[in-house]
Design a protein around this ligand. Structure first.
Ligand SMILES: [Zn+2]
Length: 340
């Protein structure tokens, strides 16, 4: 156990997490997951970092059931619209993108602990096979790109050997740069990569990580009490879109879910979700279109008075040990900044 792990463990034993939970007990905690994958999937791969394993998810749900009060979307809605207060230490769980593993691996555990959840789906990806959200496709193809350098937007970047751990890390850094470029530039790069690189679908962990739900499975999830919300049509950076594209991404994804699932869909999660990925203009358009609740990924706790169109969530990754998860969600996350 290294120093950081010892201190994180100490935070639990000494009651620091408990104290912090009490201090922030009236501020809703939003948690965002993506994929839940088998324990056997590769650990040290940047591509599975955004997932959690079944064992991790089980431990985390146990912790939430023990020390927190999991709340539903309806309770959040009632708190905002009808002034019905949330319980102390309220936590809401959601999943972004719409992966099949949410149904096969996450929901059985949620049911076991009687914890409600919301899934935000990228509607263009529903029922597709062998397709990836564009940002993940870029990452996947950058990892396998055969050359030792690549030109992006006029700059040449050196690349470590394909499929090496270093390459997956560099590809992730490049992706964070690329996703801020105009859509045209992204598409040029994507096309260049498609011409040179095939995605290797043979590892079973990739299918488990990336496969999307289909409409029947989403109806099944609805029947099991899982709330379904919109996550746009194609997962763009909304703040980079012009007005017509923004309208289309928001309105069409809403209509598509309403048509296919027979529900009223007025809940949205902004793709990527950080401060720079949506803007006041995006929020206004979303509200005008008919969204009444919207979730961010601003990695912070909410204020006591919730902002309906900016409900913040913290993203949970595979790298969080149980002790770091406890400290993170209790509000001691910045402890990590002071540790080696
Ligand atoms: Zn997403």
């Amino acid at each position: 156990m290294n120093l950081k792990q010892i201190l994180l463990c100490g935070a639990e034993i000494c009651g620091l997490n408990c104290l912090s939970r009490f201090w922030t007990r009236r501020r809703l905690l939003g948690l965002c997951y993506h994929s839940v994958v088998s324990d056997a999937s590769p650990q040290n791969d940047a591509r599975t970092r955004i997932a959690v394993t079944v064992t991790q998810f089980n431990e985390q749900l146990k912790e939430l059931r023990k020390n927190w009060n999991p709340v539903s979307l309806l309770q959040i809605r009632n708190a905002i619209e009808n002034g019905i207060p949330l319980p102390d230490r309220a936590v809401h769980i959601s999943f972004d993108d719409g992966y099949r593993n949410n149904l096969t691996l996450a929901v059985p555990l949620l049911a076991q602990y009687e914890i409600p959840a919301t899934i935000f789906v990228t509607t263009n990806m529903i029922a597709t096979h062998g397709e990836l959200i564009w940002a993940l496709e870029l990452h996947e193809r950058l990892v396998a790109f055969p050359d030792s350098e690549i030109e992006i937007d006029g700059t040449t970047y050196p690349l470590p050997p394909p499929e090496s751990p270093k390459r997956t890390e560099i590809a992730l850094e490049l992706l964070n740069h690329v996703k801020r470029l105009p859509i045209k530039e992204c598409n040029i790069l994507l096309q260049k990569l498609r011409n040179r690189v095939m995605i290797d679908w043979s590892p079973s962990w990739k299918r488990e990580l990336y496969e999307f739900l289909d409409w029947d499975e989403l109806r099944l999830l609805r029947g099991q009490g899982i709330e379904i919300g919109a996550h746009t049509l194609s997962h763009p950076v909304l703040s980079c879109l012009n007005q017509a594209e923004l309208n289309r991404e928001l309105l069409e994804s809403k209509r598509c879910l309403e048509r296919e699932l027979g529900i009223e869909c007025d809940v949205l999660a902004y793709p990527f979700g950080s401060e720079n990925d949506f803007s006041d203009r995006v929020v206004d358009v979303a509200r005008d279109i008919g969204f009444r609740l919207a979730f961010t990924l601003r990695e912070c706790r909410n204020a006591v008075m919730l902002d309906a169109m900016r409900i913040h969530r913290i993203c949970i990754h595979r790298e969080h040990s149980l002790n770091s998860f406890r400290a993170l969600i209790s509000g001691l996350r910045n402890i990590s900044l002071f540790l080696p």
